[in-house]
Design a binder for this molecule. Structure first.
Ligand code: NIG
Ligand code: FE
Length: 409
């Protein structure tokens, strides 16, 4: 397929650029009045309309922009039921922690998930994933963490494997049994950690069900020492960390993530100078989730501080029933501009190339480069690039292309 008359072809970073740090993130290469050739599911070539090749199958993009797909590197889209009753409790003044302490929150989702069948979970997650794809997402990471028993954690991960086979986009799976303590282990943390280490991890590794390990490192959830123990055990099975850190407090999560060579530390609504310095010192990506801040009414992450410290910043949705019931990357990009004060170019790089890097996929996703996977979206006619985040809450996306073909799913 040949896309012609493209008003702006967005994100042609050199193929060898796998991640962008700090000030590099303001650079988003754009080719105006361009064509893009897709072949065998990959990007074959691109150039200026002055030298346009001819091709049978063409798509006219006059007035429109072509972007690499959003790469959403942090989601929890396998869940059994929504939690709008907690939404109403929050409106009435309860906090996320209040609800969790009262047995709501993650435990509420776990009880429901334990009762659901693998098929039911697959069907409902498929609907969510289809919606996300229609909103421009072309690669995704999905976590377990609502099972909290050997059987139900494996059930969740098997659902993610089925999504991998059923959907035309790359998917990474993350094992997050350390999401919260099941009620029966409330006063026996080590009992649950032993279950994770001695029973769940070997089974997950045996069936090759996960690419990464995650821990919710937070006051009232998993301590720094507990997180360290789980990450070290997972490393023996080759699972690299992508962890929840500093969502509700400066928890020490960023430090323990960097120490364990985490691919990313995610959330970071709470940071201090030490967190910025530790992230600046390594290759761990800071993944920010502004729609979680928006929904929970908690602080927005210090993106400018991270960028000034030369950290690589990614953006993701965190789609889950408790803290972010939305998988819309367009809204994330708008919030990043409006609330994190990221420039449109920075927010787009964070949602494409750096999102791909936060899933170790940036060799094949996240930018317009010859040989990369042809997962793209074409916008409606737009006056400029910044119009996309500016027109928040509205979709500017007109056509989804996955593996070089128009997606109508
Ligand atoms: O990333 N913080 C931990 N996990 C999810 C929320 C889980 C839930 O409330 O169900 C998050 O925000
Ligand atoms: Fe999360």
């Amino acid at each position: 397929m040949l896309i012609i008359n493209i008003k702006g072809l967005v994100g042609m970073h050199p193929k060898e650029t796998l991640v962008l740090r700090g000030s590099e993130m303001a650079n988003l290469p754009i080719l105006e009045n361009a064509w893009l050739l897709l072949e065998n599911g990959l990007i074959k070539d691109f150039g200026l309309m002055d030298n346009c090749p001819s091709e049978k199958e063409t798509l006219n993009a006059e007035g429109k922009f072509v972007f690499p797909s959003w790469c959403d590197s942090h989601t929890h889209i396998v869940f059994a039921a929504s939690r709008e009753e907690e939404f109403v409790m929050k409106i009435a003044g309860k906090t996320y922690e209040d609800i969790a302490t009262a047995g709501g929150g993650i435990l509420n989702s776990a009880h429901k998930l334990q009762k659901a069948t693998e098929n039911e979970l697959f069907e409902s997650a498929s609907l969510r994933l289809k919606d996300m794809i229609r909103q421009g997402t072309g690669a995704v990471e999905i976590k377990s963490g609502y099972g909290l028993t050997v059987e139900s954690e494996l059930k969740m991960l098997r659902v993610i494997q089925r999504l991998k086979s059923a959907f035309p986009i790359p998917i990474k799976a993350t094992f997050l049994a350390a999401h919260t303590y099941p009620a029966e282990y409330k006063n026996n943390h080590h009992g649950y950690i032993n279950l994770i280490i001695n029973e769940m991890l070997p089974a997950v590794a045996e069936e090759k069900l996960a690419d990464y390990i995650d821990v919710f490192c937070e006051k009232g959830f998993f301590s720094v020492a507990e997180t360290d123990e789980i990450l070290s055990a997972a490393a023996k099975y080759g699972l690299k960390p992508k962890i929840h850190a500093n969502q509700l407090s400066v928890s020490g999560g960023a430090q323990i993530g960097v120490k364990n060579n985490a691919i990313s530390v995610d959330h970071l609504e709470e940071t201090d100078a030490e967190v910025l310095a530790i992230l600046a010192s390594g290759n761990t990506i800071a993944t920010l989730l502004p729609s979680c801040s928006f929904y929970l009414n908690i602080p927005f992450a210090n993106a400018r501080g991270l960028l000034n410290a030369n950290v690589a910043v990614a953006l993701a949705t965190d789609y889950n029933p408790g803290s972010t019931p939305s998988g819309n990357m367009n809204f994330v990009v708008s919030l990043a501009c409006i609330k994190l004060k990221m420039l449109p170019e920075e927010a787009i790089n964070a949602s494409t190339l750096n999102g791909a890097a936060a899933m170790e996929m940036s060799h094949e996703m996240g930018s317009i480069a010859i040989g990369k996977k042809a997962n793209l979206f074409m916008t409606k006619a737009m006056p400029s690039l910044a119009f996309l985040p500016y027109s928040f809450g509205q979709s500017q996306i007109e056509t989804i292309i996955l593996n070089g073909e128009i997606y109508n799913g």
